[in-house]
Write a protein of this length. Structure first.
Length: 87
């Protein structure tokens, strides 16, 4: 592997272009890592309380204190569910 020789002008040009591209990207709101029970039901597309509770029991998703759910745990359960359906 050979070293790449960049001049200061090249580095400045790359930095300016990177800044332009980053400014052109739309600003996205941060995704919350913890969801309330209604948010978790909507996120998993389980609209009834009973269906959501059954789904949580089947995929072993447990709430944190006061009905809060981790988005990471919900994503893992949705991934397991989709792999199960594909098989």
């Amino acid at each position: 592997m050979t070293a790449l020789a960049l001049t200061d002008a090249d580095v400045d040009r790359i930095a300016r272009r990177t800044a332009e591209v980053l400014r052109a990207l739309p600003a996205l709101p941060p995704t919350p890592a913890i969801l309330t029970r209604p948010e978790a039901r909507a996120y998993t597309k389980r609209h009834s309380e009973a269906a959501f509770c059954d789904w949580c029991q089947r995929w072993q998703v447990r709430p944190f204190a006061r009905g809060r759910y981790s988005k990471t745990h919900l994503d893992l359960a949705l991934d397991r569910e989709s792999r199960r359906r594909a098989a």
